[in-house]
Design a protein around this ligand. Structure first.
Ligand SMILES: NC(=O)C1=CN([C@@H]2O[C@H](COP(=O)(O)OP(=O)(O)OC[C@H]3O[C@@H](n4cnc5c(N)ncnc54)[C@H](O)[C@@H]3O)[C@@H](O)[C@H]2O)C=CC1
Ligand SMILES: [Mg+2]
Length: 310
């Protein structure tokens, strides 16, 4: 309720800023502390940003803690500031003993509790929705940043995300993983695809699996979901898709997937132990890293399979 109140009430939101944590970004890169387990650097504004605190009015509400303090974020490299000019990244890094780190990299470096904060930052949506798609006129944001609108118009724009299914196909003793040509070398994950307009989750899973690997799904069960901020906002819906072992012959559509393979429990358990390789390392088969819904699905299947066998 507190969060919703701040979203709706511009005055309350403005008051909350002075008593809140502010996550800094520069050109969409979050500021991370330089300590060993990387954490987000939330800052004391007066010391870090110099005298020009008007810049805080460009910040965006991203959530609140259980103790009722709000979290805001601010992109210091934003070229469309309303109240201030862009701030020099190096000066802030030095002052905070921290670094602006690529969004995708940060997501995997951060802890399970902090990673979602990075996804919740609506910065990219604001930067790419500066004009109304009905009238073509410039849009403004409300104080919290939960919506954009054009003065004198009733049309309100809310942040958008695309629903995507990610399905771990299994045949009773093996699970299926695939890789797109654009994936890093050796990386395999569950099959994924955007929901078409009018489809339900089961229909998307059946269509995507049939399109990508030519298999007929017998049943779909929901497992978990995750907001995925790359490259744009997707809402990932994680499912298991059962197929008959008698009909497990793959017919891979190579325009979508470079490769798809069946993995047994032993191969999955070994793959889950492999850390994401660094540039120049020999190519090994590895699976989605921590915080990725792909890994949750693979780990859940392995756990179920282990119980099944014991
Ligand atoms: N967390 C994970 O482990 C994984 C996440 N993913 C994510 O899932 C998403 C979808 O996976 P894909 O196999 O690429 O989808 P896909 O199999 O539906 O193919 C992508 C194509 O779908 C079309 N498309 C339809 N609606 C779209 C929309 N709203 N936005 C963009 N393209 C749209 C485009 O032509 C695009 O080239 C990707 O953005 C990727 O980031 C994919 C695999 C693993
Ligand atoms: Mg796909």
């Amino acid at each position: 309720r507190f969060l919703n109140h701040l979203k709706e009430d511009d005055v309350a939101c403005e008051e909350a800023v002075s008593n809140s944590d502010l996550m800094l970004f520069h050109s969409l890169k979050p500021l991370l502390k330089k300590n060993r387990d990387r954490t987000l650097s939330s800052v004391l504004l007066e010391s870090k940003l110099g005298a020009d605190l008007s810049i805080i009015r460009d910040s965006i509400l991203i959530g609140c803690s259980d103790r009722g303090s709000a979290h805001f974020c601010l992109d210091l490299g934003n070229t469309m500031f309303v109240f201030s000019a862009a701030v020099d990244a190096t000066a802030v890094e030095e002052e905070c003993a921290a670094m602006f780190v690529d969004l995708r990299k940060s997501f995997f470096l951060l802890s399970k509790s902090e990673a979602p904060l990075v996804s919740q930052a609506l910065l990219r949506w604001h930067q790419t929705h500066r004009f109304c798609s009905f009238s073509g006129k410039p849009t403004k944001r409300n104080r919290s940043g939960s919506q954009r609108f054009t003065e004198g118009s009733k049309v309100i724009h809310y942040p958008q995300m695309s629903p995507v299914v990610i399905a771990l196909v299994h045949d009773g003793s093996r699970c299926l993983l695939g890789r797109q040509a654009s994936f890093p070398p050796g990386f395999y994950s569950a099959l994924a695809g955007f929901c078409d307009m009018g489809e339900n989750v089961e229909e998307t899973v059946r269509r995507e699996v049939a399109e990508e690997v030519g298999l007929e799904v017998q049943s779909v069960t929901y497992s978990c979901s995750q907001h995925w901020p790359f490259p744009n906002s997707s809402f990932m819906i994680g499912c298991f898709a059962a197929i008959s072992p008698a009909h497990s012959q793959l017919s891979v559509d190579h325009s979508e997937l470079e490769d798809a393979r069946w993995f047994d429990l032993r191969q999955i358990q070994a793959g889950l132990k492999i850390a994401p390789p660094k540039k120049g390392d020999p190519v090994v088969t590895w699976f989605p890293p921590r915080h990725a819904i792909g890994q949750w699905l693979i780990a859940e299947w392995a756990e179920q399979q282990r119980h099944h066998l014991t």
